[in-house]
Write a protein that binds this ligand. Sequence first.
Ligand SMILES: Nc1ncnc2c1ncn2[C@@H]1O[C@H](COP(=O)(O)OP(=O)(O)OP(=O)(O)O)[C@@H](O)[C@H]1O
Length: 461
Amino acid sequence: MPSQSVLIVDDEPDIRELLDITLSRMGLVTHSAATLQEARTIVGQVNPDLCLTDMQLPDGNGIDLIEYIQQEFPHIPVAMITAHGSVEAAISALKAGAFDFVSKPIELDNLRKLVSSALQMQGDASLAESAMHEGLIGSSPSITTLRQKISKLARSQAPVHIEGESGSGKEVVARLIHNNGPRSHGPFIAVNCGAIPPELMESEFFGYLKGSFTGANQDKQGLFQAAAGGTLFLDEVADLPLAMQVKLLRAIQEKTARPVGSSEEQPTDFRLLSATHKNLAREVEENRFRQDLYYRINVIDVRVPSLRERLEDLPVLAANLLERICERHGGPSIELDRAALDALGKHSFPGNVRELENILERSLALSESDTLSARDLQLSSIPTPAGPPPTSESEVARPASGELRHHDVHGDLEGYLENIEREVISQALEICRWNKTATAKLLGISFRSLRYRQKKLGLEE
Ligand SMILES: Nc1ncnc2c1ncn2[C@@H]1O[C@H](COP(=O)(O)OP(=O)(O)OP(=O)(O)O)[C@@H](O)[C@H]1O
């Protein structure tokens, strides 16, 4: 097999030499360029498997080179060499399409890891394409574009923020980014930030040493360490309390984490992916989310379309989900009849693909034939809000019609509102088959708030 080749672009001869020696020892063929112009010429001539470029070049900067390679040779990954502590430069490089960066002074171990993973990714490209179809079902233009974006993002190490309604497939997207990237052999750690009680946040994220507080009977690894070499997926990141946001920012910035009770910082190495069904920019405007953290986690953003926006995917999605459910239950395969598909097409799916999955699963349990009819779906028993699902706690308590039916209050506003709340929450629980995390998301409230309300309203299982 021919050796893989790397183009090194730096105007400092010492750095070029250091990189040349290091990469040659890895069995790679190296080419060097001292200027942007020279780099452009060599890329075209040798078509390298990887390009490492400095930021400041005598006749331009590394971002220009990234953009040029993205445009003309999109299959070549580019990594940027940035000045020490230059967060801005690193973010610009990642946004421009660099797959990663190394900062000066160059740590050779880090450099070797970066080069190996970039070159390994090159070999896995065709594998990635087929895996992508398995995870993300649909062929609508929005899903096709999303799939292409994922395939590109998987090669990068940039933090990605995924926005989309509850149940639309944000975690599916995060897993695909992980599974198709160079960290796929490492762990994928998914954390629901809304489900961790605030008092346990620090020990969950940073871990702790035995004896650091009452009940700490043994050392516990934190999530940052558990994700080492892999990906940390922070779901519902907008639910992180402000105090934890500061600590997370520090861990990302310094790439270190100090377990509770320890005096030593430990290095961390994870790719950060995050998601929320809320509008994170608005959370920043309303001072519920730190702006500095927002810029760090939102280097690249991805939006997952709601199911309403891609109803043309319904038939293929429904068929695939039915197949998945039948397989899970070990039963014979089952299909939807035409009328059932039409009925689904008219439904608004506030809970998106998860809701579709739940509707199909419930219908399957009730149906006795090998074809599901519109009646089996029981869509009329599911509330259909006029617009997208509510996104704030205040919206949840509003009567569905938007009007206050004051004549129904009978002098007991509290009781009246409580009844509406009970009705809305129990319907949401039904839709989500009593999955509390999903219900909380559908309602736009935190997991804790849902538990509290269930208890107050007597809605516990
Ligand atoms: N395009 C898709 N193809 C196949 N399955 C999908 C797709 N989108 C979502 N799903 C399925 O729908 C369910 C919900 O997906 P997922 O958990 O990724 O949504 P989410 O947006 O992360 O939800 P939440 O906001 O509640 O965290 C999962 O069972 C997932 O497998």
